[in-house]
Structure formats: structure tokens, C-alpha cells
Design a protein around this ligand. Structure first.
Ligand SMILES: Nc1ncnc2c1ncn2[C@@H]1O[C@H](COP(=O)(O)OP(=O)(O)O)[C@@H](O)[C@H]1O
Ligand SMILES: [Mg+2]
Length: 381
């Protein structure tokens, strides 16, 4: 059992970090106490939930994870694990294990000894240690490497050992900070699938950090999208994809990126439509209902349509195709519309790519996301 509760958690670093991040510009709030890396983080993580913190570099993911681990002091707010206040509890007493991007294995020890290390220092009986290590090795499919040293392993195998070392202790909470980032794309896909299997087998609460939205979408029971230290949205992958809280989430989740248009939302009684120049699309009943419930009136808006929901036909918005990327079963057309890039996914049905250049784009009123022009929030939610 492990529920984790983060209540109004704030992290302020007294000094702005030099060197490492200085080239990257960030938009973090700076107060007289320092730079606010994490703002009012509130979340109840359920037992055995797989939570993914996702967002661009520097948004506060690792800082949040490190506060849960106890590696970083919590400036404000409370952290509870199974109802117990953890703020002042030492990392080693939190019953948490952490896996880092760099595997951080002991190079002079065998895989077995690396995995057994934390149990040995707890003076667990030898037989029991062996059983635990063998069990974990079996789950991770590294049994045949137990006698090897880390340098005789591939990157993927080393990361498995790092995970094995974390899970032998049956931690209440398993924390992972970009564990797959050092692996090549193919191995990353494979490990992603294995992490899902792993979660089923070890039945532990997992908090996982990544900047990769695909990883977040495929692994998370719920995902937390962060930006500039602020939570943007918490939800299941479906919720976040289908009902993004704002333009940031809409643009960050999903690939290729959602297309955005500057247009007008027009309300007519209980009906709504979006207007882009001469093109008008009536919003679906369910969307109109949600907008009416929020008393949304006619206004200038930013609206978004995902690339796979854009259609090419006889009627619609005039656009010019600049590049067509053949992706196999589909092509990604990059069109210019008022100087802005718009991406359209079209199925190729095994045909050679056509050399259409002038197209008319349309989309259904079910697939339009309407955002406030002022602050970018989704007007439906
Ligand atoms: N020890 C530190 N001192 C000062 N600032 C830090 C320190 N560690 C991280 N930061 C800053 O806090 C912000 C969040 O960092 P981090 O949590 O590592 O982001 P992420 O993991 O999302 O990339 C960044 O702007 C980073 O520069
Ligand atoms: Mg990080």
C-alpha cells in the first residue's frame, strides 16, 4: 500500500542556477526568496498508480520527484506517504527507490552484487537476498548476466540492472527520472513495453518523469503536464488528449502537433460555430452544450484541430502544400496558411504521393478545440 499526497508543495531555489541551465531561457517566477521551480503542486496519487510527470526541460519535474525522494528539501507544503508526513523524514527511511537516467551502477561489482547491495546493508539473510535478486532478475530478464560487471552490458541491460536494484527492496514508491533517455529509439520502445509489464508484476506506486509525451501517454495511468513550475493539467492520457486544458497542453501532447487558427467563435442561442475567414463549421452538440453551460459568448478565439482530423476536399480553407513527408501508410502534408505552417495527415493507401499543391482544408465540428484568445484556456472546461 502506498498513497502519496502532495499538498501545496512549493520549491524555491535561493539562487538561480549557474552554468548548467544558463543558456536555456526559463520563465520561472523569481521572488525575493529565489527562483520558484515548483508552484503549489497538489495531487493525490493512489496506491499502485503509474503517474507520469511530463513537460519541457526545466519545468520542475525532477525537482518534484526529488522532493518526494527526500533528496531536495520541500520549501512549502506537505508530503504524505500513506498518511504519514514525510517532510522531515530522511530519504533512506521513506521506503522509496529511485532510478536515474544515468544508471549509476557500481562498476567494480557484479550485477548480482549491484542488485544485492541495498539488502546487504540492511543485513538481510543471504538466502533471502539471493531469492529477491533472482526474482527481480527473472522479471527483468537479466538472469544470465548476474555474474557480469556493468561494463560488459549494453545500455539497455544496464538500465534493467538499475531498475532491478530499485525493485529488490519492494519499495512503497518507485521513482524514475527519465530512465530511458539514454537509450536509442528502438530500445526505448522495447523498454517502454517492458515497463508496463513490470508495473503489472511489481504492483508498486510509480512516479515517472519524462520530457517525452509519447512515453507519458503510453505509460501513465494519469499524467501531469507541467510548464514553468506550474501544473497545467492532471488527467488520464485520453482526458489530456481529448480535452486539453489549454493551448500549451494541446500543443505539447500529440504528434504531429495540433494546428492552431485565429478565428471567431459565434454563439447563436444554443448553437456555436467557428469562423475562419469564409469557412464556417458548426460545433457538435456535445461541444455546444459544454460551452453553453460555461456561458461562453461570441468572441475571438484560438481554435485547434489535430493533423489527423483535417480533411482535404472540394470545399474549405485554401492552403498551399510546401512539403509532403511520406510516412508509409500516411503522408504528412505541410501547408502554408496565412504564413503559418499547418500539418495534415492523409492516408496514402499504398499509392505514390500525389503532387497536389493547392488544397482546400476542412474539419468536423466534433474535432475542434476552442481556446480563449486571452489566456489560452480551453473554453469547454
Ligand atoms: N540546485 C538548483 N539550484 C537552483 N536552481 C535549480 C537547481 N536545480 C534545478 N534548478 C532550476 O529549477 C528549474 C527546474 O529544474 P528541474 O526540476 O531539474 O527541471 P526538469 O526536470 O523539468 O527539466 C530549472 O529552471 C533549473 O534550472
Ligand atoms: Mg529533469
Amino acid at each position: 500500500m502506498a498513497e502519496v499526497r502532495l499538498q501545496d508543495i512549493v520549491k524555491i531555489y535561493p539562487q538561480i542556477e549557474k552554468d548548467k541551465h544558463s543558456k536555456k531561457k526559463h520563465n520561472l517566477e523569481v521572488t525575493e526568496k529565489g527562483v520558484v521551480a515548483v508552484q503549489q503542486f497538489n495531487m493525490d496519487i493512489k496506491d499502485k498508480e503509474f503517474i507520469v510527470l511530463v513537460g519541457p526541460s526545466g519545468c520542475g519535474k525532477s525537482t518534484t520527484l526529488r522532493m518526494i525522494a527526500g533528496l531536495e528539501e520541500i520549501t512549502e507544503g506537505e508530503l504524505y506517504i500513506d498518511g504519514e508526513l514525510m517532510n522531515a523524514v530522511a530519504p533512506k527511511d521513506r521506503d522509496i527507490a529511485m532510478v536515474f537516467q544515468s544508471y549509476a551502477l557500481y562498476p567494480h561489482m557484479t550485477v548480482f552484487d549491484n542488485m544485492a547491495y541495498s539488502l546487504k546493508i540492511k543485513h538481510m539473510p543471504k538466502e533471502e537476498i539471493r531469492k529477491k535478486v533472482e526474482e527481480a532478475a527473472e522479471i527483468l530478464d537479466i538472469t544470465k548476466y548476474l555474474d557480469r560487471k556493468p561494463k560488459a552490458l549494453s545500455g539497455g541491460q544496464r538500465q534493467r540492472v538499475a531498475i532491478g536494484r530499485a525493485i529488490v527492496r519492494n519499495p512503497k514508491v518507485l521513482l524514475m527520472d527519465e530512465p530511458l533517455s539514454n537509450l536509442d529509439a528502438k530500445l526505448r520502445n522495447q523498454m517502454r513495453a517492458e515497463l508496463l509489464k513490470l508495473q503489472n508484476r511489481i504492483q508498486t506506486t510509480i512516479v515517472y518523469v519524462t520530457h517525452d509525451q509519447v512515453e507519458a501517454m503510453t505509460l501513465g495511468d494519469r499524467i501531469v503536464v507541467m510548464k514553468d513550475g506550474y501544473i497545467q493539467q492532471i488527467g488520464t492520457p485520453q482526458e489530456v488528449f481529448n480535452h486539453p486544458a489549454n493551448t500549451f497542453v494541446a500543443g505539447f501532447i500529440g504528434t504531429p502537433q495540433m494546428n492552431f487558427f485565429e478565428g471567431e467563435l459565434v454563439r447563436n442561442g444554443e448553437e456555436y460555430s467557428v469562423h475562419y475567414k469564409n469557412y464556417v463549421v458548426r460545433l457538435s452538440e456535445s461541444k455546444a452544450k459544454r460551452l453553453a453551460e460555461k456561458h461562453v459568448e461570441s468572441q475571438s478565439v484560438t481554435f485547434g484541430v489535430r493533423p489527423d482530423q483535417m480533411h482535404i476536399g472540394e470545399e474549405g480553407i485554401d492552403a498551399e502544400v510546401e512539403v509532403s513527408e511520406m510516412m508509409g501508410t500516411s503522408s504528412h502534408l505541410h501547408a502554408k496558411l496565412d504564413g503559418k505552417d499547418v500539418i495534415v495527415i492523409v492516408p496514402t493507401n499504398g499509392e505514390e504521393s500525389t503532387d497536389i499543391t493547392r488544397i482546400k482544408l476542412s474539419f468536423s465540428g466534433k474535432m475542434v478545440h476552442v481556446f480563449s484568445k486571452e489566456d489560452g484556456r480551453n473554453l469547454e472546461i
